[in-house]
Ligand binder design. Structure first.
Ligand code: DGT
Ligand code: MG
Length: 606
């Protein structure tokens, strides 16, 4: 696991759940207490039935008719019915309380998790797949809720009923109680072994579920590629494998339960047999009255059922344990890139001086070196270009400015201050970034352009669409700015998406604008329109443009040529043409001329 996903002080699941029940803890504890009460009250019916049978017995043996004891008979009967009604009412409200508290805890945890995920850094997203995160936020979280509402309740239910009954048995006849309870230690032993065997199965099951969801999610978002390559059959088979694997894991978990289930069931069913044998003998030798035996036999389920339930509860508990581990991992994770304590607030605009000072960086904790000792300076208001072969580290370089990643060595400064020292939101609010992979939300075009600033008026949205040469095609759409674009911008061409993404970046009036290959998919004429309009903007800003086309870079104040993570050339278009290096070669190549002409005439040669 990556070092950025550091876990905070590990809390036990109990403390964690308790912490998230804030505001409802009294209700929860009351519910647990009432669960104990209503389980003790389960003894009411057998107790009063026993007394009523004893009344009959006494009247038969003494010859006094039952009608003489009618008051006592009615009293016992009324108490039995009345207290049962009270118990049912308690059960109803207790169940409601568990549900209420669990839903509130779930709501709170889900909000917290979403917030946590929102504030994670890029390393986190490199590590966790979308389908996995979705599973943790839905299925796994529901297993946690189920624990609060059902598993804990069932544990209290079973233990309180079992204990109350055992105590009642001991009071009535200790010897018979010992006989009946003699097999319980064996049962606990079986349950313990089952717990051990099922823990790993449930962990595997949660992993398989997350894998299945990841497959589905990737397949749906990548459906265009599937269609383009006509790989439906292949994907179907791949999904089938995941599905089979999940089903098998489910079967395996159930098989574990089924291996232990007969033993548990046998023990539970042995109880009435023991009662019949021992109780029968005790009645014969006069140790037990029929009434007492009735109470015992009516209550034998109260010992047998918790025993049966315990296996089921343990199964559910292991499911919760595996799920809660996954949820708590995200809950306790910490983003590596955050504002430091006493970070510098900078709500105003930057002047726009950007400096890279001996910056080195590599992904996966430096294991893959990408930027090597980069030193560069961009003056306020300048437009600079970064060019270089694919994979040389251009995107990685500009990602250092809004702190998507932090350098391992050296520092990046804006207006003379290390970007790490700024409050993160202030830093990012000042940077307009049009990323290489354009991601638009399923929203209207207007909503997408105004994404960074919801207070933007419609007129301003149109203004920025004009700057980015998007106005024309948006106007042609039947619903104009109200057109809903599909998920990730489905329904728009690559160049159209790029222009909306540029308008979105401009709309926050950034003091630093970064364009990562933003005009690669637009035609030369549109590119010129964009270039011209970017010079007309009514605010000062520094512009860093990553581009592959000489037509973009030649008008820039300065060009940085990157190669293998280093700056290999820097200067103006003219200077670099004269140098006869990588850039001059690129000019020659793109303009269809020879290197000697480029070196000699520079810009004029084109
Ligand atoms: P481009 O956009 O194709 O012109 O390429 P650049 O110059 O923008 O390259 P860049 O910075 O995206 O990637 C530089 C190297 O870093 C390349 O070998 C791929 C690798 N890389 C990029 N992003 C990641 C990442 O998120 N994780 C890891 N492990 N490697 C990455
Ligand atoms: Mg790139």
């Amino acid at each position: 696991m990556d070092t950025t996903i550091r876990e905070t002080k590990k809390k036990s699941w109990m403390r964690w759940l308790w912490g998230n029940m804030g505001g409802h803890r009294v209700l929860y504890v009351t519910a647990i207490f009432m669960t104990i009460v209503y389980n003790i009250m389960q003894l009411i019916v057998p107790y009063f039935s026993g007394r009523i049978v004893t009344l009959f017995e006494e009247s038969a043996s003494s010859g006094i008719p039952l009608s003489d004891n009618l008051n006592e008979f009615i009293l016992n009967l009324s108490l039995m019915v009345g207290l049962t009604l009270v118990r049912i009412t308690i059960v109803y409200f207790t169940c409601m309380a568990y549900e209420y508290v669990s839903q509130h805890a779930l709501y709170k945890i889900r909000n917290f998790l979403f917030d946590k995920i929102e504030h994670q850094d890029m390393n986190f997203y490199n590590e966790y797949r979308t389908g996995d995160l979705m599973t943790r936020l839905t299925g796994d979280l529901d297993a946690v809720r189920h624990n609060v509402a059902w598993v804990i309740k069932s544990v209290v239910d079973s233990f309180s009923l079992f204990l109350a009954t055992a105590i009642y048995f001991f009071i009535m006849d200790p010897l018979l109680a010992i006989c009946v309870l003699s097999i319980t230690p064996l049962l606990f032993l079986v349950i313990l072994r089952f717990k051990k065997a099922s823990a790993e199965k449930h962990r595997i099951l949660r992993d398989k579920l997350s894998g299945l969801n990841t497959d589905v999610q990737e397949n749906i978002s990548g459906n265009r590629v599937v269609k383009a390559f006509a790989r439906e059959q292949y994907e179907k088979e791949k999904f089938n494998r995941s599905n089979t694997s999940y089903a098998e894991a489910n079967m395996d978990t159930q098989r574990t339960w089924l291996r232990y289930f007969p033993a548990i069931e046998t023990f539970a069913n042995l109880l009435p047999v023991i009662l019949l044998l021992a109780g029968g003998m005790f009645i014969i030798n006069g140790r037990l009255t029929i009434g007492e035996y009735v109470s015992f036999s009516m209550l034998i389920w109260a010992i047998a059922n918790p025993m049966r339930m315990l296996g089921n509860i343990m199964n559910e508990f292991q499911r919760f344990a595996a799920a809660s581990k996954k949820v708590m991992e995200i809950y306790n994770s910490k983003a590596g890139i955050v504002s430091k304590e006493n970070a510098i607030r900078h709500p105003d605009r930057f002047k726009g001086l950007i400096e890279f000072d001996h910056v080195s960086f590599g992904y996966e904790g430096g294991a893959v070196p990408v930027l090597r000792d980069i030193t560069m300076k961009v003056e306020p208001g300048q437009t600079v270009a970064v060019i270089g072969e694919t994979g040389c580290g251009k995107t990685s370089l500009i990602h250092m400015i809004p702190r998507f990643y932090d350098p391992e060595q050296g520092e990046v400064r804006i207006d003379g201050i290390n970007v790490r020292d700024y409050e993160l939101t202030d830093l990012r609010h000042n940077i307009g970034l049009a990323t290489q992979d354009v991601l638009l939300y399923s929203d209207t075009i207007e909503g997408n352009i105004a994404y960074g600033d919801s207070s933007l008026s419609s007129d301003e949205v149109v203004k920025y669409a004009k700057y980015s040469a998007a106005q024309e095609f948006i106007d042609k759409m039947p619903e104009g700015y109200d057109t809903i674009v599909g998920e990730r911008g489905v329904g728009l061409s690559g160049g159209q998406k790029q222009r909306i993404s540029l308008a979105r970046a401009l709309a926050i009036k950034p003091s630093v604008l970064i364009l990562d290959d933003t005009t690669s998919a637009v035609d030369m004429e549109t590119e010129k329109h964009i270039r011209d309009s970017l010079n007309e903007l009514d605010f000062d800003y520094t512009k860093i443009i990553i581009a592959q086309r000489i037509s973009t870079t030649k008008y820039c104040d300065k060009i940085f040529v990157m190669g293998d993570g280093r700056i290999i050339e820097e200067g103006t278009h003219k200077e670099l043409c004269a140098k006869g290096g990588y850039y001059a070669n690129l000019v020659a190549l793109q303009m269809g001329t020879n290197l000697a002409d480029v070196e000699k005439f520079g810009k004029e040669a084109i």
